[in-house]
Design a protein around this ligand. Structure first.
Ligand code: ATP
Ligand code: MG
Length: 484
């Protein structure tokens, strides 16, 4: 319905940007733009100079030029050229043509990847489109001014030539950078219809750069948001990852909500932004991710998505237990439900979903602090992720800080230290269970049980013993203890 209404209002005919935007080229010298050439990667310069030596035009383009103008070291470098993908490929030893919707060339130097694109033509009239006007495939090559017009925002449509140190600005990008304004090139409605992902990009860049969205760029988003439903889930997911790992994820999610882009189109965000219970947990997880990105540390999608959806899992876990399921199967059922909803619409890759499940499934195991269990748990390949998750749970107030502290100590302690820690955990548990009677008639589930002699590992001076025989998980545990 809404989609039909939108195509009625805006039509689905072509309104390519070239028809509404006439490029006015400005050329800026080094003194005028002030780019620090030391921030440009040596490999990117190798690519532009190789192409130029072979008689082609070649420039840094897009985000790299934008970041250089902002004085920020770009995280990656894209190159635009008038050489065709085949011609580019022939000039480099390790170059691969990839992509269907847009063919690009990946030029590799060790693990460093430089993306090279051929200037695109402006007209999208002939390009195959879906029923809503979304361009499905477009590999028509063109001239540089057309290429500039085809780019998304004025600040992303500038070209920098490292050889002459000049910047070519076709759409007033420099002025917009100075005004801190994000402005789409061409007629906004037409550009969003051609590629609805541009609406998500508006949000990402506005939040990441702290820029204002130009009113005409912003206005159609609320009405056109639902067009994102027609974009293949994998592409939306890629853009979501960029958004979540932009170093400004919290700001991005707030902005998504502000623009009305989170509703319906991404079930994950409906959950994340509208659950009062998990708000603190989610905020902590996102802040943590932003900090890691800013410090250049690795970030794992599995960990972040496990965090974003934890309170939904918790809620369902409790509901399954209330309906009579035992805790461990109840947790697995809850995880299945949550993953199912997200995989259907978000194209959550199997590897990410499996990381999430591991992290969740590990949580009740942290309650078992006697016998062989802790030794087995620290051998788990995802132990560090599970422990980081436990730390987040404590920081959000869901569990006592004592638990992650204990595990952190246990992880680094020698054999003697670990044995002492296990004894203290038992004593601590006995003290707490005497002090605090169960609330609301609920049965308190002991976090640890007393150490039985047979549970104590016999070997391992200083090192955790190798796990002996793997115990099979019973289909239905005999006891309703979550720590079993
Ligand atoms: P980042 O710093 O996140 O990499 P970026 O601007 O480089 O930002 P990319 O996704 O790497 O973003 O895209 C490179 C360039 O390609 C953009 O700057 C823009 O010029 C162009 N571009 C990317 N996606 C689109 C799109 N959907 N529509 C039009 N142009 C696009
Ligand atoms: Mg980029």
């Amino acid at each position: 319905m809404i989609k039909r209404l939108i195509s009625k209002i805006f039509g689905s005919g072509d309104t390519s940007p070239s028809k509404s935007a006439t490029p006015r080229l400005k050329t800026l010298t080094a003194r005028e733009h002030g780019i620090n050439p030391d921030l440009v990667s040596g490999n990117a310069v190798r690519v532009t100079s190789t192409l130029q030596d072979a008689g082609f035009k070649a420039f840094l383009v897009g985000g790299a030029v934008r970041d250089l103008l902002l004085g920020v070291k770009p995280k990656d470098f894209d190159i635009a050229t008038n050489a065709t993908p085949e011609q580019v490929k022939r000039l480099f030893r390790r170059a691969f043509i990839i992509g269907k919707r847009f063919q690009i060339v990946h030029v590799m130097f060790g693990s460093d990847l430089i993306e090279v694109t051929t200037f695109r033509g402006a007209a999208t009239d002939g390009a195959p489109k879906d029923e809503f006007g979304r361009v499905l495939r477009d590999n028509t090559f063109g001239e540089q001014p057309e290429d500039a017009t085809r780019r998304d925002f004025t600040i992303n449509a500038m070209y920098y030539d490292p050889a002459t140190q000049t910047v070519l600005d076709y759409h007033g990008g420099i002025a917009d950078i100075r005004k801190k304004t994000l402005r789409i090139i061409g007629q906004p409605e037409a550009r969003y219809r051609e590629d609805p992902v541009r609406m998500l990009r508006v949000v990402r860049f506005a939040a990441k750069l702290g820029f204002e969205i130009a009113p005409a760029t912003r206005a159609p988003i609320a009405v056109m948001a639902s067009l994102i439903d027609n974009v293949p889930a994998a592409r939306v997911f890629d853009e979501m990852l960029k958004l979540l790992f932009s170093g400004q994820s919290l700001a991005c999610l707030k902005q998504l909500r502000l623009e009305g882009l989170h509703h319906g189109l991404l079930p994950l965000l409906d959950v994340v932004l509208e659950q009062p219970l998990g708000a603190k947990f989610v905020t902590l997880a996102l802040t943590n991710t932003d900090d890691r990105v800013k410090q250049g540390k690795t970030v794992s999608p599995g960990f972040l998505f496990a965090s974003l959806l934890w309170h939904q899992v918790l809620e369902k876990w409790q509901a399954y237990q209330a309906s009579g399921e035992f805790p461990i199967p109840a947790l697995h059922l809850a995880a299945d439900d949550v993953l199912q909803t997200q995989t259907d619409s978000l194209a959550l890759q199997r590897r990410i979903a499996s990381d999430m499940r591991d992290i969740w499934a590990m949580q009740p195991r942290f309650d078992r602090r006697v016998g062989k269990s802790p030794y087995k748990l620290i051998e788990h390949p995802r132990f560090r992720a599970g422990l980081d998750f436990l730390v987040l749970r404590a920081a959000s107030g869901e569990i006592d800080q004592e638990l992650p502290d204990w595990w952190t100590d246990f992880f680094v302690a020698d054999y003697e230290g670990r044995e002492t820690l296990m004894v203290s955990a038992v004593a601590n548990a006995q003290r707490t269970s005497k002090k605090a009677p169960p609330k609301n008639g609920q049965k308190r589930l002991p976090a640890v049980k007393p150490v039985a002699d047979s549970d104590v590992p016999e070997t391992g001076a200083g090192l955790p013993p190798a796990p002996k025989k793997r115990r099979r998980r019973p289909k239905k545990p005999a006891s309703p203890n979550p720590s079993e």
